[in-house]
Design a protein around this ligand. Sequence first.
Ligand SMILES: Cc1cc2nc3c(=O)[nH]c(=O)nc-3n(C[C@H](O)[C@H](O)[C@H](O)COP(=O)(O)O)c2cc1C
Length: 134
Amino acid sequence: MEAFEAILGRRSIRSYSDKQVSADAVRKVCNAGLYAASGNGMQSTIVVAVSDKEVRDRMSALNAAVRGQEDDPFYGAPVVLAVLAKAEAGTCVQDGSLTMATLMLAARAEGLGSCWVHRAKEQFEGGRRPGFVR
Ligand SMILES: Cc1cc2nc3c(=O)[nH]c(=O)nc-3n(C[C@H](O)[C@H](O)[C@H](O)COP(=O)(O)O)c2cc1C
């Protein structure tokens, strides 16, 4: 797929089949995300791919507990890519955001749907709060 097709054709997808995505496709998309530019070339972003159903469901339940909402924030997607960035990097938010954008376009190019789920942010920040259960 041409780059412009991926850019113009990408839309946020909020309904997924439970068909598992191949490990090769997940790796390809993650690798593309890691090619995103980063401030000072710091490469502070880490992408964690979760395709194990039990872990993925636990992440969903944790989000529900943090947010007090019952529904699955990941819309039933079989794979969740958590984009983390080291807080020490001055451009961690920008770096992470650019990685997110690149991941979504790469997913589209690979024929996969995606959606940025900001709602999941707090559950990863929770590790820094006293009393947060890991
Ligand atoms: C910073 C950011 C946060 C977002 N958070 C969520 C979210 O928590 N849940 C969700 O369903 N979509 C989320 N989205 C997706 C937007 O709702 C979506 O991009 C927007 O409605 C435009 O639709 P499109 O992506 O199909 O062009 C987020 C997008 C961005 C850029």
